[in-house]
Ligand binder design. Structure first.
Ligand code: ADE
Ligand code: ZN
Length: 335
């Protein structure tokens, strides 16, 4: 079996997927029609043609516009269910989904509608597809910390529906330190903590995420190679980095997938994982990310196994579940 074939078939966890970033143009148009929302694009093709991004912000502007069609509980369910079907096809056996409640509550959609729709899809993913799934609530970092506190309070009646919190949206100019107090509160509540850092921002933002927010994983983190001390720290602690190769390419963080730092990060002993970020916008789901990265960086079968094992090492699951996932990886290796 080639490294590419193994990359497709190996069981894996996806830990960095914004569920609103899985909204395909066809579903955006179907939901717009169902809900009577008008879109500033004439057709699916016209919308897709607008997906020519120059940086993170140019993407976020379209991503938030796309999410405007989500109004009812069933819309959130349908979006997540469509993702789970694709994840299953890519041999994703465990997924931790980011969602951005502020994008919805700002439009008058209640927290309950968002939570109920997404968590019903997670329950069905487990029951009907055998994909275990959980939710991570992300605070939008371009908004204030006060807004994040308000969002947390609104989410607490649904505490059993999410396992942790994250930090996403426009990175530059919004350092992790801005959210130190709300993350401390989330830590007290026993929530898992993650944050986007080192996507477009500097290694300093990754240090802040580690030292001030006390995160258990960093999303992206590819800026770490600019700072040898940070690399040494990450290698020592095995703090996981949820890397998204096609996202980095589409948002012009790297010019060519052959220049992507993932292989160097693996060689440095970091706990790197492969993820799709916003697959409907960046040209591919998990296996597209795996396969294109394997081919661009000439990764070996051992590298593919390391990436799959890292995804389960980094997953927020109990030790018994982790052991079962690791066994699945071993079985796929010898198959
Ligand atoms: N929200 C959705 N995708 C994102 C990304 N790649 N970076 C920051 N915020 C996001
Ligand atoms: Zn992301």
């Amino acid at each position: 079996m080639s490294a590419t074939e193994l990359a497709r078939s190996i069981p894996k966890a996806e830990l960095h997927i914004h569920i609103e970033g899985s909204l395909e143009p066809e579903l955006i148009f179907a939901l717009a029609e169902r809900n009577g929302v008008s879109l500033p694009y004439a057709s699916v093709e016209a919308l897709r043609a607008a997906y020519a991004f120059t940086d993170l912000q140019s993407f976020l502007d379209i991503y938030y516009a796309g999410a405007s069609v989500l109004l009812q509980e069933g819309d959130f369910y349908d979006m997540a269910w469509a993702y789970f079907e694709r994840a299953r096809a890519d041999n994703v056996v465990h997924a931790e989904l980011f969602f951005d409640p502020q994008t919805h509550t700002a439009r008058g959609v209640s927290m309950g509608i968002v939570m109920e729709g997404l968590s019903r899809a997670c329950a069905d993913a487990k029951q009907k597809l055998g994909v275990s799934a959980s939710l991570i609530l992300c605070f939008l970092r371009h908004l204030s910390e006060e807004d994040a506190f308000t969002t947390l309070e609104a989410a607490l009646p649904y505490r059993e529906h999410f396992i942790g919190v994250g930090l996403d949206s426009s990175e530059l100019g919004h350092p992790p330190e801005k959210f130190e107090r709300v993350f401390a509160r989330c830590r007290d509540l026993g929530l898992k903590l993650v944050a986007h850092a080192g996507e477009e921002g500097p290694p300093e933002y990754m240090w802040q995420a580690i030292d001030l927010l006390k995160v258990q994983r960093i999303d992206h983190g590819i800026a770490c190679l600019q700072d040898p001390l940070l690399v040494a720290e990450l290698a020592h602690t095995r703090l996981p980095l949820t890397v998204c190769p096609l996202s980095n390419l589409k948002l012009c963080v790297v010019d060519d997938l052959r220049d992507h730092p993932l292989k160097k990060m693996l060689e440095a002993g970091l706990c790197v994982t492969v993820n799709s970020d916003d697959p409907a916008y960046f040209g591919g789901y998990m296996n597209a990310n795996f396969v294109q990265t394997v081919e661009a960086l000439n990764l070996s079968k051992e590298d593919v196994v390391a990436l799959a094992r890292n995804s389960f090492e980094a997953a927020f699951v109990d030790s018994e579940q982790r052991r079962r996932f690791m066994q699945m990886v071993s079985a796929a290796q010898t198959a």
